[in-house]
Design a protein around this ligand. Structure first.
Ligand SMILES: Cc1cc2nc3c(=O)[nH]c(=O)nc-3n(C[C@H](O)[C@H](O)[C@H](O)COP(=O)(O)OP(=O)(O)OC[C@H]3O[C@@H](n4cnc5c(N)ncnc54)[C@H](O)[C@@H]3O)c2cc1C
Length: 401
C-alpha cells in the first residue's frame, strides 16, 4: 500500500499558496494550508484598498488547488520533535514536511508616538483600520506618508490622486532601489500629483503626535493622518519554536530552502533567509521561492537531491496613481539599471503584473508543476556574495549547508 505524506504549509500568501498548489502534483501527498483568514490577501494592492480602487482580496477558490485542505487559524508554535503545529484555537496538525511561509508585516516603528498615532498598512487589517481615519479627515487635511520605498510612494500617489494633500517623508532618499533616471521620473510624477516630497537624513521622523510629525532637524509638519510605511518585519513564530533565525526573525535555510535545524522544514517568501542572505522581500521573490520550496520537498520524496536556489529578478514596478507607473528594470542580481518604462505604459505593465500574479497562482492550482519562473537563471551577485561569506567565515556556511 502506498504511504501517504502529510505536508503542512503555514501561511496562505504568495509563497504558501504557490507551494501548496505545486505539492498537489503527487497523489500520495496530502496538503494542508493554514492561514488566519478565509480569503487570500493580494498584498501588492493594499495601497489601492487605501485609495478605494481595489479590495485587495481574492477568494481562495480562485487561486488554491481543490486538493488543498484549508484550515483557517493561526499557528502559535511548531513542535519540531513531535512534528506537529499548534493552533491558536487549541488544536494540533501533524506533518511529515512543513513549509514555513508566514510572510511579513509592518516593522515595529520604534519612534515615539508612531505605534499610537500612525497607521501601518502592510497587512489587510491595518489598511482597513486606516480607512475610517481617512474618511473622518476633511479632504483638505494634511496626510503624511512616512517611508519612501515602493509602498510609501504608491500610497502617497494613490491618495494624492484622490485629491488628498499629501507629504511624503523619505527619511533618506526617495525610492532607494531606483536608478537615478527612474527616481527623476517618479519625482516628476509625484510633483504633478501635488505630493510634497521631503528628502534627506535630516528628514527622519523622530516623533509622531496626534496632529503632527517631528523631524530630526527640528521641523514639525502638521499631519491629520500619518501613514507608516518604513519597512517590513516578520512574525516571530520560527524563533519562538526554537528554530534558527536571522536578526529580523526569518528562518535560516540552506540554498535548497531547508531549515538548518531540521530537514523536514523548508521556508519560502519574506520569512525565509536562505544562507542568511535573504532576497528582497517581495511578491516577485515569494512566488518562485514557494515553487522552489515545494520542489525541494518533492525531490526528497522522490529520493533525489534537491536543486539549489538560483533566483532571478527583473524589475521593481511601482504604480503612481491609476494612470501612471514605472517599471524600473534591474539586472538578474537585483540591481536597478538605467532603463525604465514610465507613464501610461508603466501603469499598464504594473497592472498586468498584479493580474499576472493571480493568474500564476490559479494556473498552478489547475495544472500543478506548470510554473517555471523559479528556474530562470539568476545573476552572479548571489554566488559572489556566498563565496565572500565562505571566505570570511567558513563555519557560517558549513552550518547552513
Ligand atoms: C502596499 C504593498 C504593496 C506591495 N507591492 C509590491 C509589488 O509591487 N511587488 C512586489 O514584489 N512586492 C510588493 N509588496 C510586498 C509583497 O506583498 C510581500 O513581499 C509578499 O506579500 C510576500 O509574500 P509571502 O508569501 O512571503 O507573505 P505574505 O503575502 O505576507 O503571506 C503570508 C501569510 O502568512 C500568514 N501568517 C502569518 N503568520 C501566521 C501564522 N502564525 N499562522 C498561519 N498563518 C500565518 C499571513 O497572515 C499571510 O496570509 C507590497 C507590499 C505592500 C504592503
Amino acid at each position: 500500500m502506498a504511504v501517504n505524506t502529510d505536508v503542512v504549509v503555514i501561511g496562505g500568501g504568495y509563497a504558501g499558496v504557490m507551494a501548496a498548489n505545486r505539492l498537489t502534483q503527487r497523489g500520495d501527498v496530502s496538503v494542508t494550508l493554514i492561514n488566519p483568514r478565509p480569503a487570500f490577501v493580494h498584498r501588492v494592492r493594499l495601497h489601492q484598498l487605501v485609495g478605494g480602487t481595489d479590495a485587495a482580496v481574492v477568494r481562495y477558490q480562485e487561486v488554491l488547488a481543490q486538493g488543498v485542505r484549508l484550515v483557517v487559524g493561526s499557528v502559535t508554535r511548531i513542535d519540531t520533535a513531535g512534528r506537529s503545529v499548534e493552533l491558536a484555537s487549541g488544536g494540533q496538525v501533524g506533518y511529515d514536511y512543513l513549509v514555513y511561509a508566514v510572510g511579513s508585516g509592518s516593522a515595529d516603528p520604534q519612534v515615539p508616538g508612531a505605534a499610537e498615532f500612525a497607521y501601518p498598512i502592510a497587512a489587510l487589517e491595518e489598511a482597513q483600520r486606516l480607512l475610517p481615519a481617512l474618511d473622518a479627515a476633511p479632504a483638505s487635511a494634511a496626510v503624511t506618508v512616512v517611508g519612501a520605498g515602493p509602498t510609501g510612494i504608491e500610497t502617497a500617489a494613490e491618495l494624492a490622486e484622490q485629491g488628498r494633500r499629501v507629504t511624503l517623508v523619505c527619511g533618506g532618499v526617495l525610492g532607494p532601489y531606483l536608478h537615478r533616471r527612474g527616481r527623476r521620473s517618479v519625482t516628476g510624477r509625484l510633483a504633478a500629483l501635488g505630493v510634497k516630497v521631503v528628502e534627506g537624513s535630516a528628514a527622519k521622523v523622530t516623533e509622531v503626535t496626534r496632529h503632527a510629525v517631528r523631524l530630526a532637524d527640528g521641523r514639525e509638519l502638521p499631519s491629520a493622518v500619518t501613514i507608516w510605511t518604513t519597512g517590513f518585519g516578520v512574525p516571530d513564530l520560527a524563533a519562538r519554536s526554537g528554530l534558527s533565525t536571522d536578526a529580523l526573525g526569518r528562518l535560516i535555510t540552506d540554498e535548497t530552502l531547508t531549515s538548518m535545524d531540521d530537514h523536514h522544514i523548508v521556508a519560502a517568501g519574506d520569512s525565509a533567509a536562505p544562507s542568511g542572505l535573504p532576497l528582497r522581500m517581495s511578491c516577485q521573490a515569494a512566488m518562485p521561492l514557494g515553487a522552489a520550496a515545494a520542489d525541494t520537498v518533492l525531490s526528497r520524496l522522490a529520493g533525489e537531491e534537491p536543486e539549489t536556489l538560483n533566483q532571478s529578478f527583473g524589475a521593481q514596478c511601482i504604480s503612481l496613481g491609476r494612470g501612471t507607473g514605472i517599471f524600473q528594470f534591474g539586472n538578474r542580481s537585483d540591481v536597478a539599471v538605467w532603463f525604465h518604462i514610465d507613464g501610461r505604459l508603466g501603469a499598464k505593465m504594473k497592472e498586468a503584473v498584479c493580474k499576472g500574479i493571480v493568474k500564476h497562482l490559479a494556473d498552478e492550482a489547475h495544472k500543478p508543476g506548470r510554473y517555471s519562473l523559479h528556474r530562470m537563471k539568476g545573476g552572479a551577485g548571489r554566488q559572489k556574495a556566498l563565496e565572500a561569506m565562505r571566505a570570511e567565515d567558513p563555519l557560517v556556511v558549513a552550518r547552513v549547508s
